[in-house]
Design a protein around this ligand. Sequence first.
Ligand code: GDP
Ligand code: ZN
Length: 303
Amino acid sequence: MKPLSPQEAQVTATFSRRMMLRLENSSTVDARIKGKKLRPVCGDRVEAEAIAGESEWLITAIRPRDNELTRPDNRGRKEVLAANLSCVVVMAATEPEPDWFIVDRYIAAAENMGVKALVVFNKSDLSKDPQPASGPLADYVAAGYVVIRCSAESGQNLELLKEALGGETAIIVGQSGVGKSSVINQIVHDAEQRIGALSSSSREGRHTTVNSIMLDLPGEGRVIDSPGVRDYAPAIDTEEEVICGFREINDAGLDCRFANCRHLREPDCAVKSAVDDGRISARRYESYKRLMVLTRNLAERRR
Ligand code: GDP
Ligand code: ZN
């Protein structure tokens, strides 16, 4: 049998070192990875080739990534969770009680990846106040983010969410229990079955957890669910990244006296005046300062 030439494919699901690929003709195949060094993730464009006499394909190279969503692993190195995204959907909910610092960190990660951040507030069926004029959600709207309040339970605004994700390659992130799986099950046709089928087909018995899977939305959009990697904070490495991660602070900072102002204790800081007169949310500014401290401490520990 003569070997087939390699072709470009996209990684659509990962379980440990086993992958699912979408080929150029849109068909889906299982694949393994050549060598130990390559670490493809969901969303990667890869080169792959068929293996004579086998149904599995072999991934031989990863094409350069447009962007990566990363988290620090327990040794402080970066682990890539997904690549080539166009949107990060940050989900919070009426319950569990929102950790807005985590939401801010995901948004900061999206800003640094150069992709859209979309804030989704789920379980609207449980909240009494449907349109609060102030508070964290209003802060995000004021900073220019799209905020969608929805409910996987009642179906409220799920159509709006689907529309917002049209044409995007999005990943859904957020604290455990906010309803990521529930929302995905509502907006993706057969999501539960597709994830279930994939888990049980991961031969060898060991890799039964799907790390992440890309699901097609009606219309052109795709959404990545990562049931294997819940509850993490994205990696932010430098003070510059923290500044860039808070859009309204970065914008206001153009008017600071010092071009390298970090908006902490510097004189004539336009950010601090904006916080003082309420143009920038004090809560967002607290998150900013907290992330600055965290990032500096991490950087010192790495040294
Ligand atoms: P995940 O950990 O973010 O994937 O969250 P799940 O989708 O597993 O949901 C966690 C719990 O919240 C489950 O018991 C869901 O039934 C419940 N839940 C999810 N969405 C909603 C919603 O819109 N309203 C209500 N009342 N409960 C929900
Ligand atoms: Zn400043």
